[in-house]
Design a binder for this molecule. Structure first.
Ligand code: PLP
Length: 265
């Protein structure tokens, strides 16, 4: 798997591997199993965050295709959009960020940073999905069309959260990293709990742990209740990742370890 993974070009955002750190006070407070945190918040660029793993693969693909414009979308305070804006500024690419909401009266937080990173901001106050009326794939197809109309045909389009096979290779790599760390630390009966927004992180980890035959269990917590038939989309992406890495495997929605909806919002 590693040799296949290494064939995909990537921009090495890091530093990798990110540390796996114990949280002794939280562990004491919860009086349950040991709690550790994987510090993906330290991955650059643009003030960091877990999306750097996906961006490294996605933007390397954009450069390899000779694209000069990159378009993506998300919520107004999207970390994925902010990191995309920063990375594009660094690479000399033009970032187009689409938000399916009204332009706020003042740009704050990540929106302000998006602007400082010279991204072109497009506010369209209707129809960008994310209310469980469409699947993730339908939403991405619709927004890709809008982006092409508004920013030109020759652009590299990144779905919300970098949710593609190319992007989510970053989380197959994270699975490898984690498996090694868990072995070195001698941790047993490990369950990895992750937030689920677009499901790319979960799909990458699911495919990665499957390919590694890892004993690490996974639990995703859906934070948004955003997409119709969400487990099916995650299963399709995890299956496509295994195929891209030369070891086909079909995941079904029932294989996706996610608590959907309960904690959303
Ligand atoms: C820290 C963190 N982990 C995981 C995720 C899940 O990302 P996704 O499901 O879009 O891959 C997010 C989403 O924003 C996040 O902020």
């Amino acid at each position: 798997m590693l040799s296949r993974l290494n064939q995909f070009p990537r921009i090495p955002y890091g530093p990798l591997p990110t540390p796996l750190e114990p949280l002794p006070r939280l562990t004491r407070q919860l009086a349950g199993p040991q709690v550790w945190v994987k510090r993906d918040d330290g991955i650059g660029p643009g003030m960091g965050g877990n999306k750097g793993r996906k961006l490294g693969f996605l933007l390397a693909e954009a450069l390899a295709q000779g694209k000069r414009k990159v378009a993506t979308f998300g919520g107004l305070q999207s970390n994925h959009a902010r990191m995309t804006a920063a990375a594009c500024a660094q690479l000399g690419l033009e970032a187009h960020l689409f938000f399916f909401e009204k332009r706020p009266s003042s740009l704050q937080g990540n929106l302000l940073l998006d602007q400082l990173f010279a991204a072109k901001l497009h506010f369209i106050p209707f129809g960008g999905g994310g209310n469980a009326s469409m699947t993730l794939e339908q939403t991405n197809r619709l927004v890709k069309l809008v982006a092409r109309v508004m920013a030109g045909r020759s652009l590299y389009f990144m779905p919300v959260g970098g949710h593609t096979v190319t992007g989510c290779l970053g989380y197959v790599e994270a699975a490898l990293e984690l498996q090694e760390q868990v072995e070195v630390l001698g941790l047993e009966r490990v369950t990895l709990v992750t937030a689920v927004g677009t499901g790319g992180t979960l799909a990458g980890l699911l495919a990665g742990f499957h390919l590694l035959q890892s004993p690490i269990r996974l639990l995703g917590i859906d934070i948004g209740k955003l997409w119709k038939a969400f487990p099916a989309s995650i299963a399709r992406l995890a299956s496509a990742l295994c195929a891209a890495l030369g070891e086909p495997h079909t995941f079904t929605p029932a294989d996706v370890p996610m608590i959907e909806g309960t904690y959303a919002g």
